[in-house]
Design a protein around this ligand. Structure first.
Ligand code: 13P
Length: 253
């Protein structure tokens, strides 16, 4: 029996960009979403931690959810500069991205740590967006599927469900470069991820959302979002401006 298709998620990762003045983009996005009417996808913005609480207040009663870009694995304690998942929940975040390739690279995060962060998100009642993706060198060596398979194995735990976890496939070489894999390549990787999820979680595996990320823009969103097993997007640069981000969301309208 064919499993019910998961509701797509279009998520914006603002990375280390934006200040209080960026609330105008939020307002503009809200206006566009209101005009658009019924929305067949979820919309999420993950701003820098400094903006989460303010953005939560500003998006109350709108179709925009607010999330975070990282969390610590512990609930509290002597971890200077870190933020616990419980703290994100406390200020109204709904999601948290874990294991983004920039954190894997800049902060030496490995899949085991990513799993503990995702488990922390679950403990706090947040949905974890677990990122995987190969580097250009790994792609050139033909090891894309092997790398992703290992990242999934290490980053996912047995208690993970389609409700508390979203997977994001972000080829590292496509992030911020304007380059994207072909729809055929995306289809191949997403099908492999789906297969792994079903092997690991049974029927539940069919309901996990698998986002594509890496140079998604309004001009390629329809094509990329139309690929089988692509259940939304994780968008960097093009999520900073309401017009571009709405252009991507429009792939579902
Ligand atoms: P870009 O959309 O800027 O390529 O970034 C993708 C990304 O890393 C989202 O997490």
């Amino acid at each position: 029996m064919a499993a019910k298709k998961p509701k797509p998620l279009v998520a914006g990762n603002w990375k280390m960009n934006g200040g209080k003045a960026s609330a105008r983009e939020l307002k503009s996005l809200d206006t566009k979403l209101k005009k658009a009417g019924r929305l067949p996808c979820e919309v999420l913005i993950c701003p820098p931690a400094t903006l989460i609480e303010g953005f939560v207040a500003k998006t109350r009663g709108t179709k925009i959810a607010i999330g975070a870009q990282d969390c610590h694995s512990r609930e509290n304690g002597a971890h200077t500069g870190d933020i616990a998942a419980e703290m994100l929940k406390d200020v109204g975040a709904k999601y948290v991205i874990v294991g983004h390739s920039e954190r894997r690279a800049d902060h030496d995060e490995d899949s085991k740590l990513v799993r503990t962060k995702a488990e922390a998100a679950h403990r706090a009642g947040l949905t974890a967006i677990v990122c995987v993706g190969e580097t250009e060198a790994e792609r050139d060596q033909g090891s894309t599927l092997k790398v992703i398979s290992a990242q999934l194995k290490g980053s996912l735990g047995d208690t993970f469900t389609a409700k508390n976890t979203v997977i994001a496939y972000e080829p590292v070489w496509a992030i911020g470069t304007g380059r994207t894999p072909t729809p055929q390549d995306v289809a191949k990787v997403h099908a492999a991820i789906r297969k792994r999820l079903i092997t690991r979680f049974g029927d539940e595996g069919a309901s996990f959302r698998i986002l594509y990320g890496g140079s998604v823009k309004p001009s390629n969103a329809v094509e990329l979002m139309g690929v089988e097993n692509v259940n939304g997007a994780l968008v960097g640069g093009a999520s900073l401006k309401a017009e571009d981000f709405f252009g991507i969301i429009s792939a579902y309208l």
